[in-house]
Write a protein that binds this ligand. Structure first.
Ligand code: 5GP
Length: 210
């Protein structure tokens, strides 16, 4: 049976650990492909061009928009972020589940284009933990942290647009939860109508004694 790839959109507040979660998931299970976004944000210490992001100048990014090479893009805390189209389409055609770790405006645009996409929202166990994780990252100044927390308040308004939440408390357990949710999505009847029809036709033949 040919399994079609699912587009999985994962959002969550800055600092919630969704990047680490998705990295673990994609390392553990080979069915997943993690899309690498383009951004105009400067690399953080340790980030490598082409691994965490494709780091672009504003002009380069606007060139990608003009050439329709992005599925979606959004402006987040004064920088552009966008999902390159080609990788997503190739991987899905090859049957892999593609993970987009993107913010909310982008997630909603993806859902318009891919109504079958699975939208997951990663939550911290509590608000204090989120603040601590943002500070512990140590790569941003106080002003940036404050803006990211304010943004989290705005983003929480959109959580009801998503289908499932994942509480990122224990990393390993959260990763397995994500995996299970995606597997369940694969088993939805309306994604498997070709298989249902095939069984139905075989059953008819058997019932007729052919
Ligand atoms: P960060 O600067 O912390 O790496 O990312 C900031 C926000 O941008 C995060 O919420 C992240 O999920 C989101 N983001 C990353 N890549 C994309 C993308 O391609 N499109 C959109 N819309 N958001 C993205």
């Amino acid at each position: 049976m040919n399994r079609k790839g699912i587009l999985v959109v994962v959002s969550g507040f800055s600092g919630v650990g969704k990047g680490t979660l998705m990295k673990l998931l994609t390392e553990r299970y080979s069915q997943y492909a993690l899309s690498i976004s383009a951004t105009t944000r400067k690399p953080r210490p340790g980030e490598v061009d082409g691994r965490e992001y494709f780091f672009k100048s504003r002009e380069e990014f606007e060139g990608l928009i003009a050439a329709d090479q992005l599925i979606e893009y959004a402006s987040y805390c004064d920088n552009y972020y966008g999902t390159p189209r080609e990788y997503v389409e190739t991987q899905m055609a090859e049957g892999r589940d593609v993970i987009l770790e993107i913010e909310i405006q982008g997630a909603l645009k993806v859902r318009e284009q891919y109504p079958d996409a699975l939208l997951l929202f990663v939550m911290p166990p509590d608000a204090g933990t989120l603040e601590k994780r943002l500070r512990d990252r140590g790569s941003e100044d106080e002003e940036v942290i404050r803006r990211r927390l304010a943004r989290a308040v705005e983003e929480s308004e959109y959580a009801p647009e998503y289908e499932y939440m994942i509480i990122n408390d224990d990393l390993e357990q959260s990763m397995e939860n994500v995996h299970r949710l995606i597997e369940s999505q694969h088993n939805k009847i309306n994604r498997n109508m070709d298989f249902v029809k095939e069984i139905q036709s075989e059953l008819k033949d058997i019932a007729k004694g052919e």
